[in-house]
Design a protein around this ligand. Structure first.
Ligand code: SAH
Length: 212
């Protein structure tokens, strides 16, 4: 468990990086990030840095989770799709803001870890699925909000197609190992509007599923 000082320190770091939406800050405060890390890294859970998880992947930096969640502007009735579950930290934050969260991960071992973590926290409005998330989740579409936590060269077409009209998607775009740009895509009656948000760095969106 975090000490009160660690919790406040992390909240200050997240706020210093532009996260001011109270609903987002409160949702983040309700999620103990140490739960989503192995024993080796749990002690560093309250530092504002990305850290290693299984499968050569990373748990996102808290301030980035905050910025992406704030940009997504989740509403209480929303059905949200997350692509790139990892161990489930971002999905847990979303679960406090949305009606229902579907989260898709290509590493089966990570999907399982996320399931265990969410169950232990009593988060019952999250469904974890092993699949290639670049194809979205056609059987549950359309979504009010889509959050992609791995970088694509372009926003994947199936995800654009699975956005509800009036809905929006936040996705890092660009080639991995270079600076990527976080963008927000909003689906309108007539098409899609694109806004550039900030430079970011994510692991790449990779094709296919790993049955590890
Ligand atoms: N959202 C996570 C961050 C995970 S890092 C958190 O809250 O900490 C990005 C994740 O995206 C990795 O676990 C990686 O395996 C996954 N990923 C990459 N390509 C994917 C794809 N095509 N479909 C589903 N998941 C993918």
């Amino acid at each position: 468990m975090a000490t009160p000082e660690e919790v406040i320190r992390l909240q200050l770091a997240v706020r210093a990086r532009g996260v001011t939406d109270l609903r987002v800050l409160m949702a983040m405060e309700r999620v103990d990030r140490a739960r989503f890390l192995s024993e080796t890294f749990a002690a560093r859970a309250y530092e504002d840095v990305p850290l290693p998880i299984a499968g050569g992947q990373t748990i996102s930096q808290p301030s980035i989770v905050g910025q992406m969640t704030q940009a997504l502007d989740v509403q209480p009735r929303d059905k949200v799709l997350e692509v790139g579950t990892g161990t489930g930290y971002q999905a847990a934050v979303l679960s406090h803001l949305a009606r229902r969260v579907y989260t898709v991960e290509r590493h089966r071992a990570l999907t399982r870890a996320a399931q265990v973590n969410h169950q232990a926290l009593g988060l019952s409005n999250i469904t974890q699925i092993t699949a290639d998330g670049s194809f979205g989740l056609p059987e549950q579409a359309p979504f009010d909000r889509i959050l992609v936590t791995a970088a694509a060269e372009d926003p994947p077409g199936p995800l654009l197609a699975q956005l509800r009209i009036g809905g929006s998607m936040v996705v890092p775009v660009g080639v991995s190992d270079h600076v990527q740009t976080l963008i927000k895509v909003t689906r309108t009656d007539g098409g899609y509007e694109y806004d550039e948000l900030s430079p970011v760095r994510f692991v790449p969106l990779v094709e296919g599923v790993e049955h590890d």
